[in-house]
Design a protein around this ligand. Sequence first.
Ligand SMILES: Cc1cc2nc3c(=O)[nH]c(=O)nc-3n(C[C@H](O)[C@H](O)[C@H](O)COP(=O)(O)OP(=O)(O)OC[C@H]3O[C@@H](n4cnc5c(N)ncnc54)[C@H](O)[C@@H]3O)c2cc1C
Length: 459
Amino acid sequence: MLNTTTIDKFKAGLRGELIQRSDPQYEEARKLYNAMIDKKPLMIARCADVADVISAVHFGRENNLLTAIRGGGHNGPGLGSCDDGLVIDLSLMNGVRVDPKNHTVRVEAGCTQGQVDHAAHAFGLAVPAGVVSSTGIAGLTLGGGHGYLARKFGLTIDNLLEADVVLADGSLVTASATQHPDLFWALRGGGGNFGVVTSFLYKAHPVSMVYGGPIFWELNDAPKVMKWYREFLPKASVDLSPFVHLGTIPAGEPFPENLRGKKTCALVICYTGPMEKAEEAVKPIRQQLPPPMLDLAGPLPFPALQGLFDPLLPKGMQWYWKADFVRDLPDRAIELHVEHMNKVPSELSIAHIYPIDGAVHKVGRQDTAWNCRDATWSMVICGIDPNPANAQALKTWAWEYWEALHPYNLKGAYLNFMMEEGEERIRATYGDNYGRLAAVKTKYDPANFFRVNQNIKPA
Ligand SMILES: Cc1cc2nc3c(=O)[nH]c(=O)nc-3n(C[C@H](O)[C@H](O)[C@H](O)COP(=O)(O)OP(=O)(O)OC[C@H]3O[C@@H](n4cnc5c(N)ncnc54)[C@H](O)[C@@H]3O)c2cc1C
C-alpha cells in the first residue's frame, strides 16, 4: 500500500498534475479513445516535461506499480492505460518545432498526429504518419506508422531520426543511428517496450496541397474495383496512394441523402505529385472502373485530408479491431470481403486495406524492428458503434470476418491494429527480429517494467 506522504511528495514534485481516484477530473482523465476498454488506474501523472516523466518512472518502479504510458490514448486494446497502477500521461507535452531549413520536425510525445500536421503544413512540409488526425503520434510511431505518404516516403519509423527516451532506471538517453543504435533499431516498430519516449525527431517532406479523398462505388462493384486495384497498385506511381475502404455511406453531410446507408467499396486516394498532373494521375481510376456512385476526390491541403475521417470517429465509441498483413488479394479473398461486409453490424464498421509497398519495401527486414516489409497491404477490420450494447456484435463480426480471411493472409499483423492477442501473434509479427528485440529489452528493461504494451519479454 502506498502511503499518503509518498504520494504527496511525488505530487508536489510534478510540474504537471497527479490525478487520483478521488479527484473530480479522474473520470474524464481515465477515459480512452476506445470506450470498449474501461480501465481504472490508481493515479494518472500528467507530465508537463521530461523531469516529470523521470520522476514518474522512479515513482512507479520504486513503488512496484504497474505502469502504463499514454501518448494519444488511441490504442485499440487500451494499452495506454492500466488497472490499479500508474499512467504516465504525456498529453500536456505537445510542443512541435519545425526546422524548415533542414526539413526536420521535433515533436513532443503527447502530440496528436493533427498537431504535427498543422505545425509542419505552415512550412509546406509533412511527416509521414497515419490517416486520422486525432491519433497519438507516439504510439503510432513506435508501432511503425503507415498512411498516405508511406508509398512515397516510407513508414513513420523510416523517417525517424532520433528519439529521447526515459529508461526504466530513470535515465534519459537519445537513441539515433549513432547513439544507442540498438535501442534506436528496437524503437522503430518495437512499441512502448523500451522506455518512455519524450520526443521524436522526424524527417519531413515537401507536401502541401494534395489531390485526395474517397471515390465510392456500390459494394456490388467491389470485386471489379478490388481486382482492378490489385493489378493497378504495383504499377502506379508512388505519388498516388489509394487504399480500399469497405463500409457504409454514413448519415450526414457531405453525403447525399439518397446514398446514406448504402454499403460501399471506396478507394480513398492521396496524390502528392505536381498538382497540374493530378487529374491525369487519377484518370485510370475514373475511366477504367464502373462509374462511381459518389466522387469526393479533389484538391485540398494535406491536413484537411488527414482530418477527413475525424468527424465520423469521435472519442468514446466502441471499437474492436482484427488485422493481418496481406501479400496477395486472390479472388476468393475479395469475395469473402464482400460477403462479410454484407453482414456489417453497424453503419460505422469498416474494413481497410492500406498499401505498404513502394518506399516501405526499400528498407530491409532487419534494418528496423518492423519485420513485415514483404507484405503488400495492411488489412484491418474494425467493428465500430457508439452503443455499448452492440459491443458483442462488433466483436463477433470482426472475428468471423477475420477468421474467413486469415488463411489468405500472412501470419502477423500490424501491431497497432491488434487487440491483446497473445505472445504467438506478437512473435509471428516480428518474425526473425523477435530474438534481437528480446535482447534489447533485456539490456534496457530487464525487469519488464514497461509491460503494458504488445509485450516483448526480456530474454
Ligand atoms: C481512429 C484510428 C485511426 C488509426 N489510423 C492509423 C493509421 O492510419 N496508421 C497507423 O499506423 N495507425 C493507425 N491507428 C493505430 C494507432 O497507430 C494506434 O492506435 C496507436 O497505438 C495510437 O497511439 P497513441 O499514442 O494514441 O496510443 P496510446 O493508447 O496512448 O498508447 C499505445 C501504446 O503505445 C505506447 N506508447 C504511447 N506513447 C508512448 C511513449 N511516449 N513512449 C513509449 N511508449 C508509448 C504505450 O505503451 C501503449 O502500448 C489508428 C487508430 C485509431 C483509433
